[in-house]
Design a protein. Structure first.
Length: 151
């Protein structure tokens, strides 16, 4: 399990993973060497899954975002796995979840604009064998977006 110092390190990394080890150590209340050792252990244990830069979608021409609910014809292993492989290959899909409940998959999709999204829906989603229904939800305003876990 995580102790208080591990949690301090993780919170600091979630705020800014580009900090130096010395900066992280100061925030965790450690010297540099033990802090570095703890970070390596957190990586080895799979607690730290990786590092990435957060890119503003609108600043790179992807100003349209939608949540898409997918219902499949069947929920057998072949159909479910086929759809999952197709989504892994689709660059427009940032997130894809197999769901329990009223539909089979939930996607978070980015596109340049509504026309670009419509192209993706018509040329990609609806052409996948096994897709029965596509429901697109367009958010009007983002209220909260974070990648920080409440540690």
């Amino acid at each position: 399990m995580l102790d208080t110092i591990d949690k301090r390190i993780l919170r600091a990394l979630q705020r800014d993973s580009s900090q130096t080890n010395a900066e992280l150590a100061e925030q965790a209340g450690l010297s540099a060497t033990p802090c570095s050792r703890r970070i390596q252990l957190l990586k080895q244990r799979g607690v730290i899954a990786g590092y990435t830069a957060l890119v503003n979608p609108a600043k790179v021409g992807l100003g349209f975002m939608a949540f898409v609910r997918i219902t499949l014809d069947r929920q057998d292993k072949t159909t479910v796995e086929h759809f999952a492989r197709e989504m892994e290959a689709a660059p427009e899909v940032l997130e894809c979840y197999l769901m329990a409940g009223g539909y089979d998959y939930l996607l978070r999709v980015y596109a340049r604009d509504l026309d670009d999204y419509q192209r993706f829906q018509m040329e990609t989603l609806t052409r996948i064998e096994g897709v029965r229904n596509v429901v697109t939800e367009i958010p009007l305003k983002g209220i909260k977006q974070t990648n920080r876990l409440p540690i």
